[in-house]
Design a protein around this ligand. Structure first.
Ligand SMILES: Nc1ncnc2c1ncn2[C@@H]1O[C@H](COP(=O)(O)OP(=O)(O)OP(=O)(O)O)[C@@H](O)[C@H]1O
Length: 364
């Protein structure tokens, strides 16, 4: 299929130029949703390397601020010229290739900071296919978060503590302690404890960024078909914010989560047995996470008082984030999901899946 697309790149571009978008009937619900989940989609720029290899852009946000994204694929036919198959999505607040990380921060992430500062739980997930820009986005956001926390605009005194770790399969590694393994256990009160992880007190933006840099160097990566430096683990930065006068109370928490990239079946044909197992584990944990986020969104929307079954015990990632997903938890949580998209016409299958999921979260 890849070769077929590369051979027909010029036709793809010609048909895309002729495309006349139909009127969209429904409105995007992104931030207006009453749910505590904000959904955004970031379409990264196509790289020079991708252009040089003959790839073209297939994902286009409409310019009319309707929040609609058009995706175009060439259909393979037995006889005649391949026609264009176009589909459209409303995957939340849309950020295009020209939008900087600062804009995303201001629009959908910044509000999580005072929320956590006031003792609540704010979580940011970057989700998407391998090579779609998750690490780029989360690292950029981490810097802006670090500045906001210490720029003096937030009221009151707080102690800030940071832990950074990665989850690979059922294992957890401390990224601020030479990747030392640690355990994830539930205590007698049902609270998830990260047993043996090191947490550091930070007092300035520079201290927080230095820790983030250190953690990033230790993160597990391996080449995938789509990304030479692909992250093969979920990386989690946990920022705990404690009021000195309320040390016994639970502090606010901010999680910044760079999820491992999912890989499509056609991209894993050359993997070793170990890499296949790793990919299966990543895809499984992403699937459980999706079910959990969707479950919470559904529950909030349909009947907040009725407890629903949310399968958070089925993966290490969702066990760590139990407070988000366990219906018996009482902490106030707000979540932002940034769905990341590689705009290349070679990645349309994954891009469709990512946008469908974002769309579903907006509608739930
Ligand atoms: N908004 C952007 N602007 C410019 N370059 C970007 C942007 N987003 C991503 N890139 C570049 O695209 C490549 C892939 O991005 P990145 O490594 O962040 O993907 P990923 O989704 O984290 O991949 P994986 O899941 O495989 O780790 C990198 O070279 C990155 O620098």
């Amino acid at each position: 299929m890849e070769q077929f697309l590369l051979d027909n790149a010029a036709r793809h571009q010609m048909l895309v130029q002729r495309f006349k978008p139909p009127r969209q009937k429904t409105q995007s619900k992104s931030e207006a949703s009453p749910s505590n989940i904000t959904v955004a989609t970031r379409i990264r720029p196509i790289s020079d390397e991708e252009l040089l290899s003959g790839q073209v852009v297939a994902v286009f946000p409409r310019l009319d601020s309707s929040g609609v994204v058009d995706l175009h694929e060439l259909r393979r036919v037995v006889r005649g010229f391949p026609p264009l198959n176009s589909s459209s999505f409303q995957p939340g607040r849309v950020f295009s290739a020209d939008d900087k990380t600062d804009t995303i921060y201001e629009d959908v992430v910044h509000s999580l900071i005072p929320w956590a500062w006031d003792g609540n739980v704010g979580t940011l997930f970057a989700y998407g296919q391998t090579g779609s820009g998750k690490t780029f986005t989360v690292r950029g956001l981490e810097q802006l978060v670090a500045r906001s926390i210490f720029d003096g605009e937030l009221e009151g005194e707080r102690n800030v503590y940071v832990a950074m770790f990665e989850l690979a399969g059922n294992s957890a590694y401390d990224l601020l302690n030479s990747r030392a393994p640690f355990s994830i256990l539930e205590d007698h009160l049902g609270t998830t404890q990260l047993v043996g992880i090191q947490e550091f007190s930070v007092r300035s933006t520079a201290e927080l960024l230095a820790l983030s840099e250190k953690a990033n160097e230790l993160r597990q990566s391996a080449p995938t078909v789509k990304n030479d430096g692909s992250s093969r683990s979920h990386a989690i930065c946990r920022i705990r914010i404690e009021r000195p006068s309320h040390e016994s109370a639970e502090g606010g928490i901010l999680y910044l989560i760079d999820l491992a990239g999912s890989e499509a079946a056609r991209d894993i044909f050359s993997h070793s047995t170990e890499r296949l197992k790793e990919t299966r584990e990543i895809n499984m944990s992403l699937s459980v996470l999706k079910d959990c986020i969707r479950g919470v969104a559904d529950m909030e929307k349909r009947n907040p008082s009725k407890k629903a079954y949310i399968p958070f015990r089925q993966s290490t990632l969702t066990k760590v984030l139990k407070h988000l997903f366990d219906p018996s938890e009482s902490r106030q949580c707000r979540t932002t999901v940034v769905a990341c998209i590689n705009p290349s016409f070679l990645d349309t299958g994954a891009s469709k899946n990512t946008m469908r999921y974002a769309e579903m979260l907006c509608k739930s």
